[in-house]
Design a protein around this ligand. Structure first.
Ligand SMILES: [Zn+2]
Ligand SMILES: [Zn+2]
Length: 294
């Protein structure tokens, strides 16, 4: 029987519902043998997750998912096998996280100005870790303003909606370089969902030059056709086809934890690439100045 592998998951260290320990317990129940934790702009869950994985007998890969914006839309960049304890790397993550927190606060302000009464304290309580839109959505749901999380996005906090606030801007190349600065392996997340294949093609040569090593191909709901298109692209740019479910908690994404088949080859290739990078002195990364949020 093939091993069950999930290389894209979230915990309460970003906008996931489960703590790292709970996540690993659920991974065990799902018979997962290899799991990567890839929280948004945070590696705070890694120590706990690694310990829980050891106890559950699961092979654990430290990861991250860095959110970026381009003119063509968002791009998310996963990073694997990070030397996450590097102080310069952590300092940059802190800046990004603080910006994310301010974004949540601004969304709550906008909601309040429009007579929608959601308390910032409550949003923070729900989030536990860094604040994301799902936490604001949950607060809206709790307060009875919407019937579902989806409705919160459609009505209030989705792109173009009255309480939408754009993110701190980091380019995809910035994200790739940031991950490389911690000797990590950058992989474009869910390329068909964001940014879309046409947009991605424009970015790939630059990203490859910046140190991109992979393309998330076996992603949650992607069809065989999607998978084929991504495999072709991965082949063209000599990128490792990786995969995972983007699990945030039950009911948030359609694919359950470990519910997408990921070939072991992906892990093998990532491990080989990581072994090459380990111990090298990575190029330093400098954060571009923040863009004013409208
Ligand atoms: Zn993502
Ligand atoms: Zn994700």
């Amino acid at each position: 029987m093939a091993q069950i592998i999930d290389l894209h998951t979230h915990s309460t260290a970003s906008d996931g519902i489960y703590t790292p320990t709970q996540l690993l317990a659920h991974a065990k129940e799902a018979d997962i043998s290899i799991l990567a934790l890839t929280d948004h702009d945070s590696t705070d869950g890694i120590v706990e997750a690694a310990e829980a994985a050891r106890q559950q007998g699961i092979d654990f890969i430290p990861g991250i998912e860095v959110n970026t914006d381009t003119h063509g839309g968002e791009v998310h960049v996963l990073g694997y096998f990070l030397e996450y304890e590097r102080p310069a790397f952590q300092a940059i993550l802190k800046v990004l996280r603080d910006a994310r927190e301010r974004r949540g606060q601004r969304m709550v302000e906008l909601l309040n100005e429009q007579g929608v009464h959601v308390a910032w304290e409550r949003v923070r309580e729900i989030a536990q870790g860094s604040v994301g839109r799902p936490h604001v959505a949950k607060a809206l749901l709790e307060a009875g303003y919407v019937q579902t999380i989806g409705e919160a996005f459609d009505t209030y906090i989705g792109t173009g909606c009255p309480a939408y606030v754009p993110r701190y801007k980091l380019s995809p190349e910035d994200a790739v370089r940031l991950i490389v600065s911690a000797n990590g392996l950058p992989v474009i997340a869910h390329p068909i969902t964001l940014p879309g294949l046409t947009e991605l093609r424009n970015w790939l040569p630059g990203l490859r030059a910046a140190g991109l090593v992979g393309l998330e191909t076996y992603y949650g709901p992607y069809t065989t056709q999607d998978e084929q298109a991504l495999l072709t692209l991965a082949n063209e740019y000599q990128l490792i086809p990786t995969g995972g479910t983007d699990f945030h908690g039950p009911g948030i994404h359609p694919t359950p934890l470990g519910g997408r088949a990921v070939p072991y080859m992906a892990v093998e290739q990532l491990k080989a690439a990581a072994a090459q990078r380990r111990g090298q002195t990575p190029p330093p990364f400098e954060l571009p100045p923040p863009v004013a949020e409208k």
